[in-house]
Structure formats: structure tokens, C-alpha cells
Design a binder for this molecule. Structure first.
Ligand SMILES: Nc1ncnc2c1ncn2[C@@H]1O[C@H](COP(=O)(O)OP(=O)(O)OP(=O)(O)O)[C@@H](O)[C@H]1O
Length: 258
């Protein structure tokens, strides 16, 4: 099992980044929305360079967890570290290592793909002389290089999403967080995006992909199963499901169709 619960000793791990720290470590994390306990003592550890699904039915707490991991909610109580940097103590440094694709798209439809990325490069504080190279690099990784000059409003939904993922890579993050990034897309666009993002891990990026759609996942992927705000299972998907189809495995543990 690779995505480990905090009960397992970290020192026994071989899944460390070159800095000898896990890509992401979460421990004892709880969050309340008023009376609703959305996260209840959540804990897991992600190895570097892996694709990990944050799988859970509607209302499981995925978006709440993403809000903590992206710095929108302070981890209290709980600890979040990104390559060993404590999100609570050094949020800017921790966030500098993270790329984020939120569930709701954000882009300027009247400007070109490159112009949208230039704007974000400036927000990230990238030097101008570096910007064009970074944009080309990020778009190439998502198979979008030839669309740099197209207006975003002319792109289909899948290409707009790919542009947003490229945008999240401009500052070369080690950890990429995506919150249900394929919502509303057709099957070919979903397949293309999941394939591109799986490929990113070959370059050492760690991916945390929140979803409730099991057809986006591979047996070799890691998984954190979130159910009613708690971690119900962690590990390699193929090992967890055994011979059982993943949709059936998911239904048996959550009572929800995938
Ligand atoms: N801003 C909020 N205020 C109050 N309750 C909230 C808020 N956001 C989420 N919740 C509640 O917290 C619980 C977890 O919600 P969350 O959106 O994190 O789950 P999710 O797994 O992302 O679900 P979905 O797949 O439907 O987006 C739910 O019961 C939800 O109603």
C-alpha cells in the first residue's frame, strides 16, 4: 500500500522525494462547516511522482479537503505538509510547490490561450524573459502548443480545461491538485485529460485528482477513499479492488454508484 494512513510509520517508507520528504502528508485534519463535520481526523501520505485519486461520493468532503490543501481553509486541527513544508506555519512556501485546478473554470474568454497564461505567469511572479518558454513548455505538456494563439472562447470545453491545467504548471509545481476537473466534459475530452495528467507523473509531478468517476482511474494509481469525512481506504487501486470491478468495490464501501 502506497498512500499510507498516519498509523503506518513514515520512517519505513521508500516513497520519498529527492528531498526525502513525501509529496504531501496530512495528519489529524478535521473541519466543521457549522454543525457539519466535513473532515474527521483525515490522514494520508502521498509518495512523490504518483497519480493519486481522491475518490469519494458526493458530500464525502473532497472539496473541503481541497480547500485546506490550497490554503483557503487553515488546517486546524491538523497538519498538512508539502515536501516537508508545514502549510500552517509556512503557507506561502508550501503553496509555492502546489499547482491547482479548481472545479469551477476561470479564464478570460476574449483573450488568447497564451494571453491567459501570461497573466497567470505575472501573478506567479515569473520573470518576463522566462514567461514565453514556460508557456510553451506547459502547453506542450498538455498537447495544446498549437492552440496558443487561439481565443479561449473559441475552444471546446476539453481544450479550455487543458489550458487551465497547463496554467497550473507554469511555476513548475511538484504537486498538482485537481478538483473534479472533468465535470461537464464529454467522454473523449475526459479520456484525453486523464491521459495527459497521468503522463505528467513521468516527470516527477505528484497528482491528487478528486473524483467520483472510477473510469478515470488505473489499477496502478494510488487512491485515498474519502467517505463521510473520513479516510475509508488508502493504497494502490489494483491491490485494493483485487478481482472486483472498481465501481462495485466503491459501491460496497460507500453505498454510492460511481
Ligand atoms: N461552505 C459550506 N457550508 C456549509 N456546509 C458545507 C460547505 N461546503 C461543504 N459543506 C458540507 O460539507 C460536506 C462535505 O462537502 P464537500 O463539498 O467537501 O464534499 P464533496 O466530496 O466535494 O462533494 P461533491 O462531490 O458533491 O462536490 C457536505 O455535507 C456539504 O454539504
Amino acid at each position: 500500500m502506497r498512500c499510507r494512513s498516519p498509523a503506518q510509520p513514515a520512517k519505513a517508507s521508500g516513497w520519498r522525494s529527492p528531498l526525502n520528504e513525501p509529496a504531501l502528508h496530512v495528519a489529524g485534519l478535521s473541519h466543521r462547516w457549522g454543525a457539519k463535520l466535513a473532515l474527521d481526523e483525515v490522514g494520508f501520505t502521498l509518495p512523490a511522482g504518483r497519480f493519486c485519486a481522491l475518490l469519494g461520493p458526493n458530500g464525502a468532503g473532497k472539496s473541503t479537503l481541497m480547500a485546506v490543501l490550497t490554503g483557503l481553509i487553515r488546517p486546524r486541527p491538523g497538519v498538512v505538509t508539502v515536501e516537508g513544508v508545514d502549510m500552517g506555519r509556512a503557507p506561502r512556501k508550501a503553496l509555492a510547490g502546489i499547482g491547482v485546478v479548481f472545479q469551477q473554470p476561470t479564464h478570460d474568454l476574449d483573450r488568447t490561450v497564451a494571453a491567459n497564461l501570461r497573466y497567470f505567469a505575472a501573478l506567479q511572479g515569473l520573470a518576463r524573459r522566462e514567461t514565453e518558454g514556460r508557456i510553451a513548455e506547459a502547453l506542450t505538456r498538455l498537447g495544446m502548443a498549437e492552440r496558443a494563439g487561439e481565443k479561449v472562447g473559441k475552444l471546446n470545453g476539453g481544450h479550455r480545461r487543458r489550458m487551465e491545467i497547463a496554467r497550473a504548471l507554469l511555476h513548475r509545481p511538484k504537486l498538482l491538485l485537481l478538483d473534479e476537473p472533468t465535470v461537464g466534459l464529454d467522454a473523449p475530452a475526459r479520456a484525453a485529460i486523464t491521459a495527459h495528467v497521468h503522463d505528467l507523473t513521468a516527470t516527477g509531478i505528484t497528482v491528487l485528482w478528486a473524483t467520483h468517476l472510477v473510469d478515470e482511474l488505473h489499477d496502478s494509481d494510488e487512491m485515498v477513499l474519502l467517505h463521510r469525512g473520513t479516510v475509508a481506504a488508502t493504497g494502490a487501486i489494483g491491490q485494493l479492488r483485487g478481482e472486483v470491478p472498481l465501481a462495485d468495490w466503491f459501491l460496497a464501501r460507500t453505498g454510492a454508484a460511481a
